[in-house]
Design a protein around this ligand. Structure first.
Ligand code: HEC
Length: 207
């Protein structure tokens, strides 16, 4: 469900941006007649994607765990998106290039901010929150046992023997977050990755 909404959101945001880039380029290059025809032809499509944009955005916001140190970015993003709407409407209605370009800049900027926010918070992934974020052992069992086994020696799907690993703490955390080769990135956030890495480093490696 969450993933479905997330993918739909990315898709509609991309289409929305594409539409706005085309319209802004047409306006900036003085092709106002073409812009008029283009806007007319894409009006229904624009209404549909704008609606989906809002709907999926609102749903995703309800899924975000609040209270992190990057939350201000989300608010800047929202303010930018909502402020860009009237600016875009006026800009295109009055064929005002500065306003149209400004609104596109704001929409693109808020999209970039959103990306940074999600990456930093690690919530672009479906995170298992039923386990305490600092319970490295339980998190390891839920995310790593399948391939590495409880003792780290299982070696399923070509997984390396963790007891023989010479990786340091930072490298272990890195491979948990980003994956490597046949090992997929774990569906965990920053805090959970830190806990798992510490567990692997202290309890499994070299044992
Ligand atoms: C789908 C199977 C799979 C799962 C699940 C998995 N791994 Fe791996 N892991 C691998 C494979 C395959 C490699 C070898 C990757 C390579 O070097 O190309 C590997 C390598 C590693 C290494 C590097 C060892 C070394 O010294 O080179 C570490 C550390 C590691 N995994 C930790 C974890 C942790 C912690 C988890 C749980 C968050 C996990 N893995 C989940 C398959 C898995």
């Amino acid at each position: 469900m969450y993933k479905g909404f997330l993918h739909t959101h990315y898709l509609v945001v991309s289409l929305f941006l594409l539409l706005y880039v085309i319209k802004t380029v047409l306006l900036l290059s003085n092709k106002t007649d073409l812009l008029k025809t283009f806007s007319k032809k894409t009006r229904l499509f624009e209404i549909i994607i704008s609606f989906l944009f809002l709907l999926t955005g609102i749903y995703l916001m309800t899924q975000i765990p609040y209270g992190g140190k990057y939350d201000y970015m989300l608010w800047i993003k929202l303010v930018m998106i909502f402020a860009s709407i009237p600016i875009a409407v006026i800009g295109f209605r009055k064929n005002n290039k500065t306003l149209a370009a400004l609104s596109l800049l704001m929409i693109t900027g808020s999209f970039g901010l959103g990306e940074v926010y999600h990456k930093k918070k690690g919530i672009a992934k479906e995170v298992d929150t039923t386990i305490a974020a600092n319970d490295g052992k339980a998190l390891y069992e839920a995310n790593c046992n399948l391939c590495h086994g409880a003792d780290g020696k299982l070696g399923m799907s070509g997984a390396k023997d963790l007891t023989a690993s010479v990786m340091d703490l930072a490298a272990i955390k890195e491979i948990i977050i980003h994956g490597k080769g046949a090992m997929p990135a774990a569906q965990v956030n920053e805090e959970q990755a830190t806990a798992i890495a510490a567990y692997v480093n202290d309890q499994i490696k070299g044992h």
